[in-house]
Ligand binder design. Structure first.
Ligand SMILES: [Zn+2]
Length: 340
């Protein structure tokens, strides 16, 4: 297949053209989160002919994801594949020319700063504001543009953050209420078209940044919509940029980065799941050891065991999910029962 065929329609679009297409093929985008937003962003950029994508996500594919997470299939659910691994395979089959780097891990203050080398743009595809503040600080510190995107129920938000030019997320949050201040997006459920609408805003802005020369067309407003209730707003936040901002101000201290994520256990938002960070296990040995607790499944990335009341998933990097509880105490009890 000639390259002319693959990107023909996109190059006919004048603001991109052959020149923009060539530039796009040299660019590297980091996508943080590979759920609904992340998988669709990754698919669009892969089809568009991005040079390289780096994906990071801590989760594996479950049946409840398929309603809105476009890259995943029932076979991925069956195999309990980590989302970035399933995504990598799907993306490779869509466009083999794109380099896809996949990381099965937590995006936190220890891991994320290691992923931004030679990154041209960061896409926010997380579901919580803790991680977004981290992205915000990293982007400001390394002077990388990033595109904030969030989705709850039938509503969505997006804003393009360019270091030294636009307000940052810290500035913004002080003037605009985001989903009533909730730290977790998962509370109100979500419908798929709202996700796609956020992705459409994010990826269009990404293309403008990546193909060069189109920066003048970047949206400077915060876009906020509710598809179900037919509301669509553009909020002018240009005055929100604060000189004394801890993230983008003149004496920035990047507070989210100095807070080293030392918490060993954490309740995952909206998931009825606790994550414990502990020692790394040799997965095959662990699988044998777990057999006495219930039905065990293993793939190269994780081992899971289904007991009467819980499913416990041990990842290669030393993280464990205890599904079916929101109690850290209960989760720890189950964990130590199994692995001492
Ligand atoms: Zn700021």
């Amino acid at each position: 297949m000639k390259e002319f065929d693959r990107y023909h329609k996109q190059m006919l679009f004048k603001p991109i053209g052959e020149h923009g297409q060539a530039l796009l093929g040299e660019k590297h985008v980091l996508i943080i989160g590979c759920g609904a937003l992340g998988s669709s962003i990754a698919e669009m950029l892969t089809r568009a002919g991005i040079g390289k994508l780096t994906l990071i996500d801590r989760d594996y594919v479950e049946i409840s994801n398929l309603q809105r997470q476009h890259l995943f299939t029932e076979a991925d659910v069956q195999k309990k594949l980590p989302k970035v691994i399933a995504a990598q395979s799907a993306l490779n089959s869509i466009n083999a020319e794109v380099t896809i780097e996949a990381h099965v891990m937590d995006g936190n203050a220890n891991t994320l700063p290691n992923l931004v080398n030679n990154v041209d743009l960061i896409m926010d595809a997380t579901d919580n504001f803790d991680t977004r503040f981290l992205i915000n600080d990293i982007a400001q510190k390394h002077s990388i543009p990033w595109i904030f995107g969030a989705c709850v129920a039938s509503s969505g938000l997006s804003f393009t953050i360019i270091p030294e030019k636009t307000p940052c997320l810290d500035c913004l949050i002080k003037v605009a209420p985001m989903f009533g201040g909730a730290t977790c997006d998962a509370v109100g459920g979500v419908i798929s078209p709202a996700v796609q609408m956020v992705v459409a805003h994010q990826v269009t802005e990404a293309l403008k940044i990546l193909v060069g020369g189109a920066e003048g067309n970047l949206r400077s407003t915060l876009v906020i919509f509710d598809l179900w209730h037919n509301q669509y707003q553009m909020i002018d936040v240009s005055k929100a940029k604060a000189k004394d901002c801890k993230s983008c101000g003149t004496d920035a201290s990047y507070p989210a980065l100095t807070y080293k994520n030392s918490t060993k256990t954490e309740i995952l938002c909206g998931r009825d799941t606790v994550q414990i960070r502990g020692k790394k296990f040799e997965l095959t040995m662990l699988a044998k050891q777990l057999e006495r607790f219930g039905e065990v499944n293993q793939n190269p990335f994780l081992v899971s065991v289904q007991t009467k009341a819980h499913r416990i998933v041990f990842f290669q990097d030393g993280r464990t999910f205890i599904h079916g509880t929101n109690s850290i105490k209960e989760a720890k009890k189950i964990y130590y029962q199994m692995v001492g």
